[in-house]
Design a protein around this ligand. Structure first.
Ligand SMILES: Nc1ncnc2c1ncn2[C@@H]1O[C@H](COP(=O)(O)OP(=O)(O)OP(=O)(O)O)[C@@H](O)[C@H]1O
Ligand SMILES: [Mg+2]
Length: 468
């Protein structure tokens, strides 16, 4: 791609976002950087200013471009990001056999086609084809959830941006069980469905083999002339569909592909080839997005995120005060105390729903009266929900988590050395695993990372593992 074209594209994007064109100094910095040159000395000399001044201006420019392009832009990646963004924005690239960037490196050997220009126009659905399979029927509740859903607006916007603007091919939506991954992904589908040819939701809760999942997915698309026999052909047929159509596929409950009692993200033996499939989705050029919902972080995501820009992960947290809407719909009273209740139950919508039922049944819905009990109270449903998660831990994770349950304050990981009969590596790995299951919170304090267990989990561990 011509230098002039990249510069023009950057200027257009900045203008569209800010209403201002790039300044001369910014353009000069960009021009030098795009040519792979050290910009500071040259630009400073041309403009008769200090190199420090140019560097500050450059830092501001990368920040501006990061905002405009929605990715972390630096001098090292600016050209690749601008070229990729321009490729997906430009109608002229549609149907090209390949695109070359810098020194003729081929970044995309497959044809990139617009959803409106598929390979075979007869096969294009006129409306998006939506197949939500066995997804929970949340749309029924959409009106009653409207306010609590509004609090997820920033998360929805980020995900929408990754999918529609940045053309992210693989997204992991992560978070502790009950935090709202399924609900959010269905809300996202509702919000962006018009931009797609196919929208598919499937739960992997019964750990289907990759072959079974592929067969299931392939049935949704127009039937090929030959039914593929082997897994390779099935994968390549699905990739063809992902190239020819713009598809959003949500695979939910991905943690069920992983072994229980093993460190998180370790695939069950008959599910191992999902790992390769996810890698291909990230690597191969296509115009679709695969979203993986999981309460355990898939191991390869971290590696893929580093290696490929079209891979992202998103950790979902508390619903915040918008969870009041759940309490409202459960017809609880004493509204002035609801924030306390939400804080105690970590803004986890499932934990709040279960506790709200208990409050209604035993306290006539009066939250203030319930809060007089020693907090937190764990309803039976909540205990059994947590028990399913804790059954998956390894012995070292259990040893570490039970120690955390006794601590009043957050601690650094080194605190455990010589306190638990485990080696330092075992302790570090166990803490990391607990983080990858979203069971431990982490905060940075004075350049130290401190970990803690939230009060609900602490209470669960104490009553399940520490009381006799
Ligand atoms: N934004 C929201 N507003 C109101 N209720 C919500 C919201 N998000 C989730 N919920 C409710 O919380 C419960 C748990 O949500 P959901 O099933 O989406 O969680 P999850 O993260 O997918 O859990 P799991 O990991 O166990 O599958 C559901 O009953 C859902 O209706
Ligand atoms: Mg779910």
């Amino acid at each position: 791609m011509e230098l002039k074209e990249v510069l023009r594209f950057a200027d257009e994007k900045v203008f569209a976002k800010t209403g201002k064109h790039l300044e001369d100094l910014q353009e000069a910095i960009l021009k030098e950087t795009l040519q792979g040159r050290k910009y500071a000395a040259k630009v400073a000399q041309d403009r008769d200013c200090s190199e420090g001044y140019v560097r500050v201006a450059a830092a501001e420019l990368w920040k501006l471009l990061s905002e405009v392009l929605g990715e972390d832009v630096s001098k090292g990646n600016v050209r690749a990001i601008l070229e990729r963004a321009n490729f997906y924005n430009s109608p002229s690239t549609i149907g090209r056999d390949h695109v070359t960037v810098n020194n003729n490196v081929n970044i995309c050997q497959e044809k990139a086609r617009s959803p409106t220009h598929p390979q075979n126009p007869q096969q294009t659905p006129t409306q998006p084809h939506i197949d939500l399979g066995d997804a929970p029927e949340i749309f029924r509740f959409f009106d009653s959830l409207r306010d609590s859903f509004a609090s997820r607006t920033p998360q929805l916007s980020t995900l929408e941006n990754w999918i529609t603007q940045q053309r992210t091919r693989l997204i992991a939506l992560l978070g502790i069980s009950g935090i709202g991954k399924t609900t959010l992904s269905l809300g996202l589908i509702n919000q962006i469905k018009t931009g797609f040819d196919y929208i598919i939701y499937r739960s992997l809760r019964f750990s289907p083999t990759l072959e079974a999942t592929l067969t299931n997915l392939l049935q949704i698309f127009p039937q090929p002339t030959e039914t593929p026999q082997n897994i390779d052909t099935k994968i390549s047929q699905l990739l063809n569909h992902l190239r020819n159509y713009r598809c959003l596929i949500v695979l939910d409950d991905v943690q069920m592909l992983f072994c229980s009692g093993q460190p998180p993200g370790q695939y069950k033996s008959d599910c191992e080839n999902y790992q390769l499939f996810f890698k291909l989705i990230a690597e191969v050029c296509h115009q679709s997005c695969l979203m993986l919902n999981s309460s355990e972080k898939p191991r390869e995501i971290v590696r893929l995120e580093k290696a490929y820009h079209p891979v992202r992960s998103f950790e979902l947290g508390s619903l915040g005060i918008a969870a009041k809407d759940i309490l409202q719909s459960e017809k609880l009273s004493d509204e002035e105390t609801w924030e306390t209740l939400i804080d105690i139950y970590q803004g986890n919508p499932l934990w709040l729903e279960l506790t709200a039922t208990l409050i209604r049944e035993l306290f006539g819905g009066r939250v203030a009266e319930f809060l007089q009990c020693e907090m937190p109270i764990l309803d039976e449903g909540l205990q059994s929900q947590l028990s399913q998660q804790f059954q998956r831990l390894t012995p070292p994770e259990l040893a570490v988590v039970t120690h955390f349950a006794n601590l009043a304050e957050p601690v650094a990981v080194s605190y455990f050395f010589n306190k638990i009969p485990l080696s330092s590596s075992e302790i570090l790995n166990a803490v990391r695993s607990l983080r990858n299951r979203f069971l431990l919170d982490a905060i940075e304090e004075e350049k130290i990372t401190l970990f803690s267990l939230n009060p609900v989990l602490k209470q669960y561990v104490q009553s399940r593992y520490l009381s006799n």
